[in-house]
Design a protein around this ligand. Sequence first.
Ligand code: ADP
Ligand code: MG
Length: 435
Amino acid sequence: MVPRRAAQGREVVASVAANSSNPLIDNVIRQVLAGDEEFQTFGSSLHSETGMADYRFATENDPHDPETVFWQTRWGGNFVFVSKSKDLVRETAEQFSKSGFLLERPIGHIKQPFKFLPFLGSKIHYFIARKMQLIPPGDITDRFTYMVELSVDKKNDRYVVTKRVPTDEWVINRLKRRWPELPYDTVEKRAKKFTEKIFPLFLTREAAILKILQEHLPHEYRNRVPQCVHVEKDSRGFVRLMQMNWLRNGGKPLRQLEFALQAADLLRAVHDAAEVIHLDLRLDNMVVTHNGVGFVDFGSAVRVGEDISSNPLLATLYGELMKTSHIQRMLDQMTISGHVTAEHICNSRGKVDKAVDVFYLAVQFNSPHDNPDLKELIEFHPGSDEAIALQQLTRQVLTPPDPSNPPIKTAKDVLKSLELLAEELYGAVPSLVAD
Ligand SMILES: Nc1ncnc2c1ncn2[C@@H]1O[C@H](COP(=O)(O)OP(=O)(O)O)[C@@H](O)[C@H]1O
Ligand SMILES: [Mg+2]
């Protein structure tokens, strides 16, 4: 796949400056960020007023409380605060550093040139803080299970994703929220089982699966799944912390059909070349990067043909997972309501099977904006020809005329059908980039 062209630096700076109504911000952009490679690549998402930005700028007259800014900034994105008041910049910086952001460099200042006598210019203070946490400190979410954050890899001058077994406290809070009626002792015991046994086991498996993917995926797909770069193990050899390269969301938006095509293509490679089944292909576990659509979170993945039943703990855990996971519950409901009749999918209920991934992929590409991080990265117009055609394709996958002999069964079949659809709608498989 052809990587998308990075935004041209000068264009970005010029367009940002032209649209920014604030001279303080303009000056920081020109004097501090213009030469910055990251800004040149990611700075163009700057104008998204409503959505998540990779760069968000504020003066004291704009919203600058960390709670608001957190949800307007992409994971790993930068918040730049600018003011003539050094104290205000210092105070605000302190608040941000306690709210899931990292101040990568000390508070700085530049001169705002005075038009006629440049040496008389006044000082502009600023800080740049990067959003390192997925959710604000102290918040609880059902979107993720582990503690996942960005970390600085100083040696290689880059960011990596750190995924670690959550603390007892974190798990207790989540369990209490889910089952408020359970006595504390029971909650505590259950939490310990998760933090000491279940999560380390799954994280260990994930690290192993990531290795398999890097070994067996064709070269051109390897940068669309994480690569494990570091693990820390406990005394029993279980992984408690894993670091991966960061598949950073960004770039020009993809058409919905292009998103579906790329996801199906990647799933085909994961299934057929790497022989891995993901089993948790929710949109939360998908990214859209400069290299195209990627999958993360191979935490519940299995190898094709892997004998889960030979390990009693694994057998129990996968049994549980296949009953309780979001995907399986949805599959259950849709089978009961008649929205899924394809036999190979119905038969995969409660099992570790490629059909589970195919089922979920075919459902997901109809609502790509369910993951808020992907909103600006996938063009989705409900009711458009493309959206309707994709819905029809999903119907063919889930409820084929002859449920015992469905024409679209595997990820490869889905890909082929999507390619045909693209030919029909656009006369060709669309380019990677939406115009
Ligand atoms: N290597 C990665 N690159 C980019 N984003 C990632 C990566 N790993 C995780 N993420 C992000 O972090 C979130 C949580 O990580 P994930 O592995 O899915 O943990 P959990 O098992 O708790 O869901 C993902 O949904 C994704 O948004
Ligand atoms: Mg996940």
